[in-house]
Design a protein around this ligand. Structure first.
Ligand code: THU
Length: 137
């Protein structure tokens, strides 16, 4: 699990804290920021983007991952997720993380930038449904 340095961890958390300021969360008021480190070294941020039609809200983690994938990235070293209270990524975000690798480090931090939990996608989503489960030839 030690694929990133303490310095990289702090940098990702700091970027997620900063990104969180741009969250569009006027309905829940629960602002989330994410920062994703791709294997290439590039960092992609994301925020939750809510909508008056509630089910169309999108989480910060998935915004960051989809931004990265749409720029050609498919391997991720780590993702930092920042909320006021150190909330944990939702099931849908865990599933999307799992698609791109179970070893990605997940850093959960609060808005003060304190790291509250360090784990991997495998830890957060045991028994994930993965591309290999489709048996497509
Ligand atoms: N949210 C995220 O951005 N990430 C998560 O993993 C959990 C929930 C957002 C979605 C919604 O905008 C708000 O937090 C409240 O659920």
């Amino acid at each position: 699990m030690d694929k990133i340095t303490g310095e990289q961890e702090q940098d990702l958390i700091r970027r997620a804290v900063k990104a969180r300021e741009l969250a569009y969360a006027q309905y829940s008021k629960y602002r989330v920021g994410a920062a994703l480190l791709a294997a290439s070294g590039q960092i992609f941020t994301g925020v939750n983007v809510e909508n008056a039609a509630y089910p169309t809200c999108m989480c910060a983690e998935r915004v960051a991952i989809y931004k990265a994938v749409s720029e050609g990235e498919r391997q991720f070293t780590a993702i930092a997720v920042v909320t006021a209270n150190g909330g944990s990524p939702c099931g849908s975000c865990r599933q999307v993380m799992a698609e791109f690798g179970l070893d990605t480090v997940v850093l959960i931090a609060n808005s003060e930038g304190q790291l509250l939990q360090k784990s991997t996608v495998a830890d957060l989503l045991p028994g994930a449904f993965l591309p290999g489960d489709l048996n497509i030839r």
